[in-house]
Ligand binder design. Structure first.
Ligand SMILES: Nc1ncnc2c1ncn2[C@@H]1O[C@H](COP(=O)(O)OP(=O)(O)OP(=O)(O)O)[C@@H](O)[C@H]1O
Length: 202
């Protein structure tokens, strides 16, 4: 039997990171609209109970605390966290499942998550979205009107750390400065589409 090629070799996951307010959601929304049926998100695990209308494997992979912690022990998660007494996490398998369905998994994550993905065999491509400056980032976050003063301060401090990490050579394949939205979008799309190969190694 020929060796099976991992699905993530053909459908390489894309990790997009950047400070809160850099414009990730705005650009991803445009990318999904321009390329329907191309991308997908991984389904996270959680130990919280499903809410009405939520379906196992669709909104979340609902699981018990015991099973969740067993998967943590096996190193099955890219990242996991405890929120309000429940565990949440992204498993490497959930990302591979997206590639199995012949879609490119988009991981919109922060710096610690980026470091974690680098320790996996997910064969991801990394792009960093930077604001033109911390001052502009602050204006945009204020303009979005979603943060109180404390949350804003926290995000700006974290932004400085993220931007410092992004300067480390070799961490990201591409750094895009979101100064002009259309220009940033064109750059992102060109890098993602990669002449129709979407980064594929096959
Ligand atoms: N190039 C741009 N010029 C001006 N405003 C922009 C630009 N890009 C994004 N914005 C605005 O900046 C704000 C932050 O953008 P967005 O919500 O997409 O950031 P984000 O990186 O997804 O943040 P988070 O990680 O907190 O979800 C939004 O109000 C958006 O409309």
């Amino acid at each position: 039997m020929p060796p099976t090629v991992p699905a993530t070799q053909k459908h390489r996951p894309i990790v997009i990171s950047g400070p809160s307010g850099a414009g990730k959601s705005t650009l991803l929304k445009r990318l999904f609209a321009a390329h329907p049926d191309t991308f997908g998100f991984s389904v996270s695990h959680t130990t919280r109970a499903p809410r009405a209308g939520e379906q196992d494997g669709r909104e979340y992979n609902f699981t018990s605390r015991e099973k969740f912690l067993a998967l943590v022990a096996e190193g099955g998660f890219i990242e996991h966290a405890l929120f309000g007494g429940n565990y949440y996490g992204t498993s490497t398998k959930a990302v591979k499942d997206v590639a199995e369905k012949e879609r490119i998994c988009i991981l919109d994550i922060e710096m610690e998550g980026v470091k974690q993905v680098k320790r996996t065999d997910l064969n991801a491509r990394f792009v960093f979205l930077a604001p033109p400056s911390v001052e502009v980032l602050e204006q945009r976050l204020r303009g979005r009107g979603t943060e109180d003063e404390e949350s804003l301060r926290k995000r700006l401090r974290q932004a400085e750390r993220e931007m410092e990490y992004a300067r480390v050579e070799g961490v990201h394949e591409r750094v895009i400065v979101n100064d002009d939205l259309d220009k940033a979008y064109r750059e992102l799309e060109e890098w993602v589409v990669d002449g129709g190969r979407f980064g594929s190694e096959q």
